[in-house]
Design a binder for this molecule. Structure first.
Ligand code: CA
Ligand code: CA
Ligand code: CA
Length: 406
C-alpha cells in the first residue's frame, strides 16, 4: 500500500519539523489491513506492487471510464482494502420468469450503473423488478488463502439435508465458468459448473473472474476478458465512450487479481485476553462456528506462500438460508433469494477503521453494531441467534470482545 510509505514519510516530516511537539501515537502495524503476504519472491512482489497501483488508479473519460459506471476506481469502494462505506454500494435487481430467475439483461440488469460520462444517459432501476439489493464492498484481504482452499474441504462442510440436525444446511454455490476460466487441480466441477467463492452470493469462482467483472460492471472498463463496453440498453444508446477496447490489458487484470491474491491475512489483536478467550468459547458453544468455520487448511497453490497453510477465516464459503430477515428478493447463480455466503469474520474488528469510525455490517450495511448484526440472523442461524439472546450481559460482552479481536 502506498499509504504506508506516505505514513512513514509524513512521520519523518513530522519529526523533522515538529520535534518539540508531542509525538502522535505510533501507527499500530498490527491494525493495518493492507500489505503483502510474507515470503513472496521478488518477481511476485513486483507483480503485487503493479497490482496495487492499478487497484488505486482513478479512470477518467479518456481512459475509457463508462460510458455507464458505478465508481471510477477499485479503491473508491474498497478503501484501504477494508470494508467499504454504504455511500458506495452496488445495486442489483432482477425478477422471476415462472420459476426461473431472470437477471433482466435486456433492461440493464443485474447491476445498476447509475453514473455515466457527460452527455450519456445513466441507468435507472427499471419497473417490473421482483427484488433489489444494495451491497457494501467487502474487505479484500486474505482472499488468496480462500481461493487456495480445495473444493473437497468446502464440500466436507456442506450438509444440504442437515444430516447432523443442527438446523444448519450449507450448500455450495455452483457457477458456470467464463470462457477464460482455468481450472486448478483441486476443482471438482459438477455438470460443468464450479464452486463459487467470492461475492456475497458466491457468484465468482476465482479472483480473476471477480476482477475482470469488476472492471467492466463497476468501472465500465473493457479488458481482454470482457471486450464489449456496457451500453445503456434502457435508452437504446449504443454509442460507446470512443476509447478503443480493450481499455486495460490482460496483464493489468492479472496483476490486480494477483494483488488481491497476495494481500496478507487481517491481523488479530488481543487474542489472548481472558475476556476474548471466553468470548471465543461462547462463539463456538452457541453454534456461530457452524457457518463461520474457525479453521481451514489451504491446498497446494502456485504461490508457495499460500500453500498448505492453516488459516482462521471464520467462513465455510457455503450458502445459507438466512430467513426473511435478510431476504432482499434478489439472487445470483444457484443461490436462493434468502441465501448468502457466510462472510469471513477475519478482520471484522477493523471494520470501523475503514468505514469512517462507524460500522455498517451485513450485506447492505444495515447493522451498526455486532449485536444488531446477530439479531438479523434468521433462517438456519435462528438457533444461534436465540442462544445469543439468552446469554447474560457479561457473556454477550465477551462474545463481542472476541469479534472485536478478529
Ligand atoms: Ca469503457
Ligand atoms: Ca446495468
Ligand atoms: Ca471503449
Amino acid at each position: 500500500m502506498k499509504s504506508k510509505f506516505l505514513l512513514i514519510a509524513s512521520i519523518i516530516t513530522f519529526i523533522v519539523v515538529a520535534c518539540s511537539k508531542i509525538m502522535p501515537p505510533e501507527p499500530d502495524p498490527e491494525a493495518v489491513l493492507a500489505g503483502p503476504v510474507e515470503d513472496l519472491s521478488p518477481q511476485q512482489m513486483a507483480n503485487h506492487i503493479k497490482g496495487d497501483e492499478e487497484f488505486s488508479r482513478v479512470f477518467g473519460v479518456s481512459d475509457g471510464l463508462g460510458p455507464i459506471f458505478v465508481a471510477a476506481s477499485c479503491e473508491s469502494c474498497h478503501a484501504g482494502d477494508g470494508k467499504g462505506h454504504p455511500s458506495t454500494t452496488l445495486t442489483r435487481f432482477g425478477k422471476y420468469n415462472g420459476p426461473t430467475w431472470d437477471p433482466m439483461i435486456s433492461e440493464g440488469g443485474p447491476q445498476l450503473q447509475h453514473f455515466s460520462i457527460s452527455g450519456y444517459p445513466a441507468e435507472q432501476v427499471p419497473s417490473g423488478i421482483f427484488g433489489m439489493t444494495r451491497l457494501v464492498a467487502p474487505a479484500v484481504t486474505g482472499l488468496g488463502y480462500l481461493e487456495a482452499i480445495e473444493d473437497a474441504a468446502i464440500l466436507a462442510l456442506a450438509d444440504a439435508a442437515d444430516a447432523n440436525a443442527d438446523g444448519i444446511s450449507g450448500v455450495p454455490s455452483y457457477i458456470a465458468p467464463p470462457n477464460y476460466f482455468i481450472a486448478k487441480y483441486h476443482h471438482q466441477p459438477v455438470a460443468g459448473k464450479y464452486i463459487g467463492r467470492f461475492g456475497k452470493k458466491a457468484g465468482a469462482i476465482d479472483l480473476t473472474q471477480q476482477t475482470a467483472n469488476a472492471y467492466l460492471n463497476d468501472i465500465g472498463i473493457t479488458s481482454d476478458f470482457n471486450m464489449q463496453d456496457l451500453y445503456n440498453v434502457q435508452t437504446g444508446n449504443n454509442t460507446g465512450d470512443n476509447v478503443p477496447d480493450p481499455e486495460v490489458s490482460a496483464s493489468t487484470v492479472h496483476n490486480v487479481a494477483f494483488y488481491m491474491r497476495t494481500l496478507k491475512l487481517p491481523p488479530r489483536r488481543n487474542a489472548k485476553d481472558a475476556k476474548v478467550l471466553q468470548g471465543e468459547q461462547i462463539f463456538l458453544n452457541i453454534g456461530c462456528g457452524g457457518c463461520h468455520t474457525p479453521t481451514l487448511t489451504t491446498g497446494n497453490s502456485d504461490i508457495a506462500a499460500l500453500s498448505n497453510k492453516v488459516i482462521h477465516p471464520y467462513t465455510d464459503l457455503l450458502l445459507h438460508d438466512m430467513g426473511n430477515e435478510l431476504n432482499d428478493n434478489y439472487t445470483e447463480g444457484s443461490a436462493q433469494p434468502a441465501e448468502w455466503r457466510t462472510p469471513p469474520l477475519w478482520g471484522i474488528g477493523l471494520t470501523k477503521d475503514s468505514q469512517g469510525g462507524q460500522m455498517f455490517l451485513l450485506h447492505d450495511g444495515r447493522a451498526k453494531t455486532f449485536e444488531e448484526a446477530i439479531n438479523y440472523h434468521g433462517g438456519e442461524s435462528s438457533g444461534s441467534r436465540t442462544a445469543f439472546q439468552n446469554l447474560t450481559q457479561s457473556e454477550k460482552e465477551a462474545l463481542i470482545k472476541f469479534l472485536e479481536s478478529l
